[in-house]
Design a protein around this ligand. Structure first.
Ligand code: ZN
Length: 201
């Protein structure tokens, strides 16, 4: 059996930290050590922030975003353009688009993608509510900002079919050369998509 240097409480902290994305056992040990060394400045405030988040976090009934109230801050914001709904797979994608500050519409978080092999069907995602929202008279465009993966794209096709009865334009993000990308380093699929989506200068 491997020897352990710390008591069960610290071992438990390390094991929990190791379950976070991007943290393996080694970095979890370093993080735990850092936290216990900085008890006042870091461990205490982190513990309070975690408890507060646990007690207040909810999923928005309207759009699937995570916030401390439902409807969420974005859905309530009167400055948002209510004619555009941007559909994303996960809350992290919504955060990424908000950081880029390129859209001023509303969002809809599906909670994943369709994946028959993993048993994920339309009823497992937040799709029925999206179709409902797309039917509202003020909505004119649904932007499908899904990942450029097989699952993301087949989900986009499914949604396009199911939104065809609504009086909205269904758009999707362009595929192509990333900003700062060099052609020589791109895979054939990305290059082919970029050629197909070419624009007149
Ligand atoms: Zn919302």
């Amino acid at each position: 059996m491997a020897r352990v240097a710390a008591g069960p409480e610290i071992e438990r902290l390390i094991q929990l930290l190791a379950r976070l994305p991007g943290l393996g056992p080694r970095s979890a040990r370093r993080a735990a050590l850092h936290l216990v060394k900085k008890k006042e400045q870091l461990l205490g405030p982190l513990a309070s922030a975690l408890a507060e988040t646990r007690d207040t976090i909810v999923t928005c009934d309207n759009c699937g975003n995570i916030d401390t109230m439902s409807a969420c801050t974005l859905c309530r914001d009167p400055a948002r353009d209510r004619s555009l709904i941007c559909v994303v797979e996960e809350v992290g994608d919504l955060w990424a688009l908000e950081r880029a500050a390129v859209l001023n519409g509303l969002y809809h978080v599906l909670g994943g993608t369709l994946s028959p092999l993993d048993g994920v069907g339309p009823e497992d995602l937040f799709i029925a509510r999206l179709v409902e929202r797309a039917g509202a008279p003020e909505v004119t465009e649904i932007l499908l900002a899904l990942n450029a993966t097989v699952e993301g794209q087949s989900t986009a096709h499914y949604l396009t079919d199911h939104l065809s009865g609504c009086n909205v334009v269904v758009s999707r993000l362009a595929h192509g050369v990333p900003i700062g990308g060099e052609l020589d380093y791109l895979d054939e699929g990305t290059l082919a998509a970029a050629v197909k989506a070419r624009k007149v200068m």
